[in-house]
Ligand binder design. Structure first.
Ligand code: ATP
Length: 453
């Protein structure tokens, strides 16, 4: 262990140095705050910082506090022990408040000295560990944009890091709003393909009749309306990443063609016989239970195994309530920046409501609620929203015989209930639910997002 010993009285300094050296410590001596700072600067340059500084309180006209301030202001990670005059508790308290790890009242026994030094050294090591963990976490967060440190999220980060730089196909599962697309983007960002395209396509959002041209491209005249040559999404992802969202919605015919691409790395544009080599890393995502789709013959088993080389499950928000405070902070700041407004502070009881909420719409729901709060600054509305009873299946059934009541009605509630019923009827299949209501998928998606369904 290396100690910087700062003491202006030579006898005292040599006495302490003797004890430390007898205990196999390396000692560098300084007789004033100024010379200690010069010594520290030299040691920083040589990258040989001491482990602990042991400094007297009174050093000429200055005190050990000036040295402590220098050390802490420059974020030098060293342990710090201050020796104060007998009975000067005030100084001891001040030293601890300013960031000393321990203090010793003079006169002290050599055992007390060694104990204080060892304590300060441990504190230094812990600080170094924390700093490196924090740095790792921040790097990770910056890299992937995903907020949350819960153990289940750490596993997600670990897996993303491990497979990002490979070409392995990843199948991301998880409830709606859990960050599946963010995870896919992270895989792309952390890969060697990051400077090429990330092409995302929602397999549920394209009408079946156009899906093949959308994915594989089409030659001019391949079908009515194909007035120019069309490059498909797969081809557009050449040398980059192709993100197939809602893969469970992909029509069965196209599943066979996708499988061929995954196996052979070639595609054929609609209306052409030429094979085109495409090098795209494929990431798929679904909130549906694909094995049960397989048993209903809605999804090809061989395609599933080809896609599910590396499964990545995004945890629901319910599984990681400890991340809610961090997410609240993240979204509040994000929307404050976006709208250039300062939101009102959330009261402790509202924070508790946010923590206790069930979050069926996961992080997306939390983000939407906080966006509204930042925009409107209406805490009461947020509370009302969080305490409104959840829609039950029974309530939906009651709704079937609905007539506009004489006293009028709330249009938003009405719309929300219709959307919920459509989702219930189609077991959350958004494409089918949109069809049921005669709406385009995007239009439907917009509305369910508006109501955080
Ligand atoms: N861990 C997270 N940290 C920060 N933001 C998140 C996180 N998870 C989700 N979000 C945010 O929530 C919203 C929904 O995320 P995303 O679109 O990635 O979810 P998804 O699982 O793909 O949803 P869906 O299945 O409905 O498409 C986005 O605005 C995203 O930025």
């Amino acid at each position: 262990m290396h100690i910087l010993l700062v003491e202006d009285e030579q006898d005292q300094r040599e006495l302490v140095a003797g004890i430390l050296e007898a205990n196999e410590m390396k000692v560098t001596q300084a007789d004033s705050v100024e010379s200690a700072i010069v010594t520290l600067k030299n040691l920083v340059d040589k990258n040989t910082l001491p482990d602990v500084i042991f400094s007297d309180w009174k050093l000429g006209t200055l005190t050990g506090i000036s040295l402590l301030e220098y050390v802490r202001n420059n974020s030098l990670n060293v342990g710090f022990v201050v020796a104060t005059a007998y009975g000067s508790v005030k100084h001891a308290i001040e030293a601890i408040e300013k960031g000393a790890d321990d203090y010793l009242s003079k006169p002290f026994q050599s055992q007390e000295l060694l104990l204080a030094i060892s304590k300060a050294n441990t504190a230094k090591s812990l600080k170094a560990q924390n700093q490196s963990l924090e740095k790792q976490l921040t790097e990770q967060q910056n890299m992937v944009d995903l907020v949350g440190n819960a153990p289940c999220m750490q596993q997600v980060y670990e897996r993303i890091k491990r497979v990002s730089n490979t070409n392995a196909t990843v199948m991301i599962s998880g409830e709606s709003g859990t960050g599946k697309e963010l995870a896919a983007r992270a895989l792309h960002q952390l890969s060697g393909r990051k400077n090429n395209s990330f092409i995302a396509i929602n397999c549920g959002a394209i009408p079946e009749s156009l899906a093949e041209a959308e994915l594989f491209g089409a030659e001019k005249g391949a079908f009515t309306g194909a007035i120019t040559q069309k490059i498909g999404k797969i081809e557009a992802a050449h040398q980059g990443t192709l993100f197939l969202d809602e893969i469970g919605e992909l029509p069965i015919l196209l599943q066979a063609k996708l499988l061929r691409f995954l196996q052979e790395g070639v595609i054929t544009r609609l209306g052409s016989n030429d094979e085109i080599q495409v090098d795209a890393r494929v990431i798929a995502a679904t909130h549906r239970d694909i094995p049960s789709q397989i048993s209903k013959q809605e999804f090809r088993e061989d395609l599933y195994y080809r896609l599910n080389v590396v499964p990545l499950r995004m945890p629901s928000l319910k599984e990681r309530p400890e991340d809610i405070p961090k997410l609240i902070l993240h979204f509040t700041k994000k929307f404050e920046n976006e709208y250039g407004s300062q939101s009102a502070k959330l009261s402790a009881s509202t924070k508790k409501l946010l923590l206790d909420h069930n979050w069926p719409g996961n992080v997306r729901e939390l983000s939407n609620k906080l966006e509204r709060f930042v925009l409107l600054g209406d805490e009461q509305e947020l509370i009302k929203d969080l305490t409104a009873p959840a829609m039950t299946e029974q309530a939906n059934e009651d709704f079937e015989g609905f007539n506009i009541p004489d006293e009028g009605m709330n249009w938003d509630d009405f719309e929300k209930q219709v959307l919920q019923q459509a989702l219930l009827k189609t077991k959350n299949n958004k494409t089918k639910a949109a069809k049921l209501l005669g709406m385009g998928y995007k239009q439907f998606l917009y509305r369910i997002e508006k109501f955080e369904l």
